[in-house]
Design a protein around this ligand. Structure first.
Ligand SMILES: C[S@@+](CC[C@H](N)C(=O)[O-])C[C@H]1O[C@@H](n2cnc3c(N)ncnc32)[C@H](O)[C@@H]1O
Length: 324
């Protein structure tokens, strides 16, 4: 468990445990050479009285290793350990939901705080806890910058980027996702975070159906967030980041105010950062829109990789729309 000890002391030196109750405490691909541990990630979700651990495995791990990991967590987090659940993303098991392997997770959703902002997460009967920890830095940026802004959050999932924007004082946040269940979760989280109901619009629908409607109404936003899955299927057809990023950004760019910021990202291994930027550039040319790259979206230090920067799978940019 040497690699886990090193990982925990890194988090301690980053002061992460004091600042946030939701963080990745171990990222195997970047923090271990061990044949099994490198196939694991461990996320901590600190509830009101106990710590709950979401363990993801990308390849099948022996039960003795999993057992040793759980015992290590129990010992390290002695007085606060609540439970560990396993999400198996190896082979056919990746179709199933998470399952508890130690202790008792809370029933249903429960509150955690990331740098003071409340979110609702869930450990069981789900494939994901509801909070993508790799977007932690983006949420922190939104909390610091969105005061008085209008925000459109596309492919919102459980709306964590909307809640961060709302917590940062956004005047209105529109949250859109194709899954009814996650839009309901996003609404519930918005209320849980104490945000004004009238400042949040929640839309269950397809981005490709709704963006033209917004354009027709001449709606424009100060900030647009776009974080699609690599592939999805809806009534309007299929979407893939490899084939459809130009089309997607052509729909989005007219909805951004001049002086506004588009934060757009992908998690696709089969699209290079260069290709992604090229697709955005093509879309901007077609819309006669001038963009400036402000910076990259990066993974937080709790997702370390080795010396290979290409192993940093998240690709994304902050882009400023220049007045024409
Ligand atoms: C990668 S997740 C987004 C994560 C989110 N940005 C966050 O930080 O929590 C992708 C989401 O896109 C949604 N989605 C997929 N296709 C869509 C479409 N055509 N229109 C709207 N939402 C879609 C899925 O339901 C899923 O919730």
């Amino acid at each position: 468990m040497k690699d886990l000890v090193t990982a925990l002391s890194l988090r301690q030196s980053l002061h992460s445990f004091q600042d946030t109750g939701a963080l990745r405490i171990f990222y195997g691909p970047g923090e271990s050479e061990h044949s099994e541990l490198r196939e694991l990630a461990i996320d901590l979700f600190r509830g009101s009285d106990h710590d709950h651990f979401w363990i993801t495995q990308w390849k099948s791990i022996s039960s003795s290793t999993l057992d040793a990991v759980c015992t290590f967590l129990e010992q390290q987090f002695k007085s606060t350990f609540g439970s560990a659940v396993l999400m198996d993303r190896s082979g056919i098991a990746s179709e199933s939901d998470s399952r508890r392997i130690r202790g008792s997770p809370p029933t249903g959703r429960f509150g955690v705080r990331e740098w003071g902002v409340p979110y609702l997460v869930q450990m069981e009967n789900t494939k994901h806890p509801g909070l993508f920890l790799d977007h932690a830095e983006l949420r922190r940026w939104l909390v610091r910058t969105q005061s008085g802004k209008t925000v459109l959050n596309l492919f919102s999932y459980t709306g964590s980027l909307s809640i961060a924007s709302g917590a940062g004082g956004a005047s209105r946040v529109t949250t859109l996702d194709l899954s009814k269940a996650t839009i309901e979760w996003a609404k519930e989280s918005w209320i849980h975070a104490g945000l004004a109901p009238e400042a949040g619009d929640f839309i269950y629908g397809d981005v490709f159906e709704w963006l033209p409607k917004f354009k027709k109404k001449n709606l424009q936003f100060d900030t647009i967030l776009c974080d699609p899955p690599s592939f999805s299927r809806s009534k309007t057809g299929t979407f893939s980041t490899k084939k459809d990023s130009v089309r997607l950004h052509e729909e989005i760019l007219p909805l951004l105010k001049p002086g506004g910021v588009l934060i757009t990202s992908i998690n696709s291994e089969n699209v290079s950062e260069r290709q992604f930027l090229e697709d955005i550039r093509t879309a901007a040319e077609r819309c006669d829109c001038h963009l400036r790259v402000l910076s990259r979206i990066d993974l937080p230090p709790t997702f370390p990789t080795g010396m290979d920067l290409n192993a940093r799978y998240l690709k994304g940019f902050f882009l400023l729309k220049l007045p024409s």
